[in-house]
Design a protein around this ligand. Structure first.
Ligand code: UDP
Length: 353
């Protein structure tokens, strides 16, 4: 069996790594990895792949720095060329980026089966480019690997039982990764206090809205007066806040960190505050409470179980939840498959008819 994996962003490489490590156990499966280049990252060098124990891409399409339409269009064209040449049995796509959609669409038009990992997630906010990518990719996928119960239910609600596809609750490959990398975590080289909050901000809904961004930073700075707040800052957010007049002298702002350092920071913090999708789950995997700086989340089960609370971007609400919210600290519930997702995915692919 030949699986062609389409990846474009750093988190996708991290997630796909777990599946690739599983694939490597089977002589009968060949994996070809295509990197679209969507998120060009100077840190994604050989060291990155070696350190993360992730196979290097077989193809690098180098498509980046374009508008959504131009990027998706170019990817479609280039991925089609690769698919015609490689003729895989499955195209595997992850998550909700333009690379995900372009990979699924190119495959679907060539009648190559599509396996979508992280299927069925919905924020119900069609202004998010990710939401559009998710919905369209799901609809043309043959195998839909849902990370959660809710994701499967979303597909049923949209009538997927009537479509020619298979819905599988696989659990979340990100949990597989978190468990794998926990033992490899490395402490970043910086002054870290015993108790600190780990924070990330990069979503367009926050970075592209001056008021939201200002409110968030002011709330974080207030908290940082009494407790260290470590903020590995995304380059996009950095560029934007440089042009805003913010009074933020208490935050520990650092450059983005490598994943093994990030895992250390999550594993050792007291709390996570973020607008990242992935980090909300990682907080749960490492048994940390999480305040989410968004108005909605795809990971509703975290909120329902009070591991996570939505604060939006209001300074008052962030401070109030930080001080008063009663988090659930019993993390024994299995919401994401407890690290068995990759095994399930490969078994399903091998028995697909
Ligand atoms: N991450 C990292 N270094 C950083 C910031 C984030 O390794 O400086 C990791 C983070 O732990 C998570 C992934 O990158 O696994 C999430 O990426 P991001 O927040 O960009 O995307 P999202 O999850 O929102 O799609």
């Amino acid at each position: 069996m030949k699986i062609l994996t389409i990846l474009g962003a750093r988190p996708q490489f991290i997630k796909a790594g777990s599946v690739s490590r599983e694939i490597a156990k089977y002589d009968e499966i060949e994996e070809v990895i295509v990197h679209t280049g969507q998120h060009f990252d100077a840190n994604m060098s050989d060291i990155f792949f070696n350190e993360m124990q992730i196979p290097k891409p077989d193809y690098n399409l180098n498509i980046n720095g374009l508008s959504h339409g131009a990027m998706t269009g170019q990817m479609l064209e280039k991925i089609e060329e690769v698919l015609v040449k490689e003729n895989p049995d499955f195209v595997m796509v992850y998550g909700d980026t333009n690379s995900t959609l372009a990979g699924a669409l190119a495959a679907s038009k060539l009648h190559i089966k599509v396996a979508h990992i992280e299927a069925g997630l919905r924020s119900f906010n069609m202004r998010m480019p990710e939401e559009v990518n998710r919905i369209l990719t799901d609809r043309i996928s043959n195998m839909l690997f849902c990370p959660t119960e809710t994701a499967g239910q979303n597909l049923k609600n949209e009538g997927y039982d009537n479509f020619d596809c298979k819905i599988i609750k696989s659990g979340d490959v990100m949990q597989d990764g978190a468990m794998f990398y926990k033992d490899l975590a490395s402490k970043p080289d910086l002054d870290i206090e015993d108790n600190y909050i780990l924070c990330t901000i990069h979503r367009a809904e926050n970075t592209d809205d001056e008021k939201r961004l200002k409110d968030i930073f002011e709330a974080l700075d207030e908290i940082a007066k009494e407790k260290q707040v470590i903020l590995p800052l995304h380059p996009r957010t950095k560029k934007i806040i440089e042009n805003l007049e913010l009074n933020i002298e208490n935050l520990t702002i650092i450059e983005p960190v490598g994943y093994l350092e990030m895992v250390w920071l999550i594993d050792n913090c007291d709390m996570v505050m973020t607008d990242s999708g992935g980090l909300q789950k990682e907080a749960f995997f490492f048994e940390k409470p999480c305040i989410t700086l968004r108005d909605e989340t795809e990971w509703v089960e975290l909120v329902e179980n009070r591991f996570n609370v939505l604060a939006g971007a209001s300074e008052e609400k962030i401070l109030d939840l930080y001080t008063n919210f009663e988090f659930n600290n019993n993390f024994s519930i299995d919401l994401y498959g407890a690290g068995t997702a990759s095994v399930k995915i490969i078994k399903e692919l091998l028995t697909y008819e």
